[in-house]
Write a protein that binds this ligand. Structure first.
Ligand SMILES: [Zn+2]
Length: 266
């Protein structure tokens, strides 16, 4: 089978089942899809396993996850691999735009958000990487292009497409007898996770409902008190409003304390 090198345009003869190839004329690393020949890049890892775990723990200690997840979870397994993504550069009136689509099956859809600076792209060199760590692409160029189109990008504007292997640490951890997974992208250290033990919003909703009930009851009590104190006429309404100002202030205090305590716990 003959293909055309994306870089130098030379006709290169390849074996039928070949996917990763080096152009014998210019040395470019190429990836061969069923129909498409594209550059094959890799991004280097800048994080050691313990450093990646440090980033994960900081993310766990942050605001999205349940309180003290970093201390209460148990990391059960860590994998390191290079995950393939389709890299599209599109040009239109507004300028250049980079879009990413996963090139292999993944449950982490956040992968599309991974920033890939052009300067970080290195030609893939077989000798430098452990083949076992290279996840093989199983999403063809055409499928990725269709996804791209459905996310609002005009495929006619594609100026460049490439296959990029991105370094990932995948962590498996357990929390409350459930297993979760999170990815640390090893060039930037950014954490990606779709499902994780999130902060529960239920206690806050209960406090909110409680507040509404408390203020309604307080309002009724104020007017009843004003009526009992002043009798019929215009004045119960005026005094009721005055009582309300004071009573609302008093009711707010325990509610604020409860909300604060919940915020500290969950
Ligand atoms: Zn070439």
């Amino acid at each position: 089978m003959q293909i055309k090198c994306t870089q130098c345009g030379a006709d290169v003869t390849v074996q039928q089942d070949a996917t990763f190839i080096d152009c014998p004329y210019c040395g470019s690393a190429l990836f061969l899809d069923k129909k498409k020949v594209v550059f094959h890049y890799v991004i280097n890892s800048n994080f050691k396993p313990n450093e990646a775990e440090g980033n994960l723990k900081r993310w766990m200690a942050g605001n999205h996850t349940v309180k003290d997840l970093d201390k209460k979870c148990t990391i059960t397994k860590t994998d390191f691999y290079y995950f393939p993504v389709w890299y599209f550069k599109t040009k239109d009136a507004s300028g250049d735009k980079i879009s990413i689509q996963p090139a292999a099956t993944t449950s982490v859809s956040e992968i599309k958000k991974i920033p890939i600076p052009a300067g970080s792209l290195k030609f893939y060199e077989k000798e430098l990487y452990n083949d076992d760590q290279m996840v093989k692409p199983d999403v063809l160029y055409d499928s990725a292009k269709t996804w791209l189109q459905s996310s609002g990008v005009d495929p006619n504007n594609i100026a460049e497409a490439a296959l990029v292997h991105v370094p990932f640490y995948q962590f498996y951890y357990t929390y409350n007898n459930q297993t979760f997974t999170a990815i640390v992208e090893a060039s930037s250290g950014q954490v990606y996770a779709n499902i994780y033990p999130a902060k529960s919003e239920a206690p806050f909703r209960i406090v909110f409902t409680l507040s509404i009930v408390a203020f309604i009851v307080t309002t009724i009590l104020c007017f009843v008190a004003a009526y009992l104190a002043t009798g019929r006429g215009e004045s119960p309404f005026i005094w009721g409003e005055v009582f309300k100002v004071v009573a609302y202030g008093l009711v707010s205090v325990p509610l604020i304390i409860i909300a604060y305590m919940i915020a500290k716990k969950v």
